[in-house]
Design a protein around this ligand. Sequence first.
Ligand code: SF4
Length: 335
Amino acid sequence: MTSLVIQTAFLGDVVLTTPLLEALAVRHGPVDVVSTPAAAPLVETHPAVRRVIPYDKKGQDRGLAGLMRLARTLRAERYECAYLPHRSLRSALAAWLARIPRRVGFDDGWRSLYTDVRRRANRGHEIDRLLALVGEDARRGRPSLHITIADRAATEGFLREHGIGAEFIALAPGSIWGSKRWPYYRELAERLAGRMGIVVVGGPEDAGLATEITEAVARSGGHAVSGCRRLTLRQSAEAIRRAAVLVTNDSAPLHFAQAVGTPAVAIFGSTVPAFGFGPRGPRDQVVELDDLPCRPCSAHGPPSCPLGHHRCMRSLTVERVLHAIEETGALRRRD
Ligand code: SF4
């Protein structure tokens, strides 16, 4: 029996769903996954996955016609069970319209469309909360990504082409939520420039930020390159895997680092690790402001600071982040 998992949330959410996919695959064999086209590359090579069905909910599959098209596709597969980790009406409706007899979702979702309702814990790490959907106990699971030989070769070629040696730091300055962006990556990169190479990772939308960083590093006599628009998602994950350490906001690259085992310095502003999306590796470091009354101010982080001052991020100095990098031990063992 092939199970179906519908997970059309953000890239990071898809990465955090991989332990759930693995748990299902152990029981029933590889699963089918519905994801956005953007997230599909993160799971299409995963051994726990048989097939990825892309659902372009904001593009060509937008609206009722697209939802009905997805439901028809799913119905033809005659799945016996669908797992719905994402609190999404579209996902719940797709499984219901596809007449999948068993539909398992969380109690904060669309209960009337599910046949099995599980309690979503309001504490703990998101990985463990998602595993509860299949009745697995929390076990400090880690996400996983399966990077192909071709991805590895492409990343290696990219780094070599741009003169980045074996030792470098990865920076991920972006986030779709503006209040989660730490504003001092350029200054951090200038301080790091003399120590080792820098690779900026992110999506096409981060290319402008990345250029500011690489140009500032060049002016400081250092060496930095941007992978934005140049590396695919899995190639970016491979760049992070090869890095000594990743400095990132509370965004998808943090979960990539968890998946590939690279220590991370995670900078939290409008959100907090207690929401369940923090790092959990032994060398990982969190940089955040403990005593700001307005923090956290929303579950995802608003597009901009509602109070205008963005103190949660602006008060986090480059020195604090440099100290956190040192604390990972990533640079020490290379000095
Ligand atoms: S309200 Fe506070 S926590 Fe929210 S973005 Fe502004 S400074 Fe940060």
